[in-house]
Design a binder for this molecule. Sequence first.
Ligand SMILES: Nc1nc2c(ncn2[C@@H]2O[C@H](COP(=O)(O)OP(=O)(O)O)[C@@H](O)[C@H]2O)c(=O)[nH]1
Ligand SMILES: [Mg+2]
Length: 238
Amino acid sequence: MRGYLSASSSIPWNVQSRGLSIGASSAHGLFSSTARHGLLFSAREPSQIESIHRRPPEVIFSGRANVGKSSLINSCLGRSSKNSLVKSSKTPGKTRSLDFFHVGYEPVRLVLVDSPGFGFRGKEEWGQLFDAYISTRQELRRIYLLINGSHGVKPTDRTMLEMLGQKQQASAGSGFTIQAVITKIDGMFGDKSSERLQKLRQDIFEAAPTCLPPILTSTKLKIGIDELRRSMTEAAGI
Ligand SMILES: Nc1nc2c(ncn2[C@@H]2O[C@H](COP(=O)(O)OP(=O)(O)O)[C@@H](O)[C@H]2O)c(=O)[nH]1
Ligand SMILES: [Mg+2]
């Protein structure tokens, strides 16, 4: 917690907790028992999704290869790169499956899903896997679309935002919600950071008006992790 606050003090915009009280204590309790989180299942083909243990609410992390999906899941589960639960890598395209991680154990109350990156080296069959998951999985409560803060909204991000926004509306509000997560904001500081952030928000809104406001994160500086945890517990109704 001290690291979170001290790291945040040098941030040019307000990324600290916005005073959200809903779910704050339950988020803390749910994620605090680090040793009880673990890998539940990996699905490499759409047909395997069906067989995965059901019931606890699920949230999925999506985004282009290398945007920081696996690192962010590790941080939320209280792991560092040294004792990571989820493989993260400098080499894009490392994750080729949907990996399901349980938060807590007996009872499992939330499941986080890591997904293969789309865009650079993201192969077509990985896209099919993701598509099959979001189209059929009733446990899915929220899709986090991660966007690299230094790169801005790329054409592949825009396409993804538009597609997810349309799918969400087609499900008539009964299925999942979508939320943007800006990653690696440690690389965004400096000149015009506020303008760049404003442009990011605007681009996200134009592509997907129903997308929930972005959460700003850095696993390097431990920024935004608690806010993301609270968002997950809120999405899961915990
Ligand atoms: N500067 C910076 N680098 C990060 C951050 N999060 C992840 N990375 C690095 O980005 C690379 C890709 O991360 P990874 O989590 O494997 O991305 P994924 O392909 O989306 O799962 C790795 O080298 C990470 O160390 C961050 O917040 N800041
Ligand atoms: Mg990964």
